[in-house]
Design a protein around this ligand. Structure first.
Ligand SMILES: [Zn+2]
Length: 221
């Protein structure tokens, strides 16, 4: 289950119990979080590019997911409707932050982040915990045929032509599970829809080009 802490940051109960870990999904009202002096992000390009971070701060090139095992470093991503995913490995003390819009979902960036943690840090997928933060829900995520047709490789029963609703959260949950994470360790329950949920969440679909972005970040303490 998700809860909101006293800094107006959403946190997943399944990750909050780890004393070695810091994580959160920011809101419009997030106060003093995440610490900009420790935050590393990327210029997001809706790709499946994943960057290993060994230090630094600020923007570290292009891509849509970051992994690190360096204490004190926060890896973060910015979203307003796209799916933010934070992954933690309690055995290796390694973490990942993933930005998955429809293109990233189509490119299976969530699954590739699990593989990247294994390749860089020897993480076993079965040990990983993943939290899917506030994103646009199937209630509000209507797409046209040009998008839905591309998702028929995952969802063969999607109707042909016309508008339909996609569930990017469930698609990413399935990718994380497909990558080997125990479904019981994939947390999304209680994470609100950005568009029809509380106004403290930024939504591109609701607010248009003037929409802000929420920062979701994770790091080893
Ligand atoms: Zn909604």
């Amino acid at each position: 289950m998700f809860f909101k802490d006293n800094r107006n940051v959403y946190r997943a109960g399944g990750l909050a119990s780890f004393s070695w870990l810091e994580h959160g999904f920011g809101t419009r009202d997030a106060a003093d979080w995440p610490d900009p002096w420790r935050l590393v992000m990327l210029n997001q390009i809706h790709s499946d590019q994943i960057v290993r971070v060994d230090g630094g701060r600020g923007y570290l090139g292009e891509g849509d997911a970051l992994v690190t095992d360096r204490p004190g470093v926060l890896v973060g991503i910015r979203t307003a409707d796209c799916v933010p995913i934070l992954i933690a490995d309690p055995e290796r003390h390694a973490v990942a932050a993933v930005h998955a819009g429809w293109r990233g979902t189509l490119d299976q960036i969530a699954r590739k982040a699990v593989e990247k943690l294994a390749a860089e840090y020897g993480s076993k997928p079965a040990n990983l915990h993943a939290a899917i933060g506030p994103a646009i829900g199937p209630c509000c995520y209507e797409v046209g045929p040009e998008v839905s047709e591309r998702f028929r490789i995952f969802l063969p029963d999607l109707p042909v032509g016309g508008k339909t609703h996609l569930d990017l959260i469930d698609l990413n949950r399935r990718q994380l599970a497909g990558g080997g994470i125990d479904p019981g360790k994939i947390y999304s329950t209680g994470s609100p829809c950005t568009k029809c949920g509380p106004p403290e969440l930024h939504s591109y679909r609701r607010d248009g080009p003037k929409a802000g972005r929420m920062i979701s970040a994770i790091g080893v303490l």
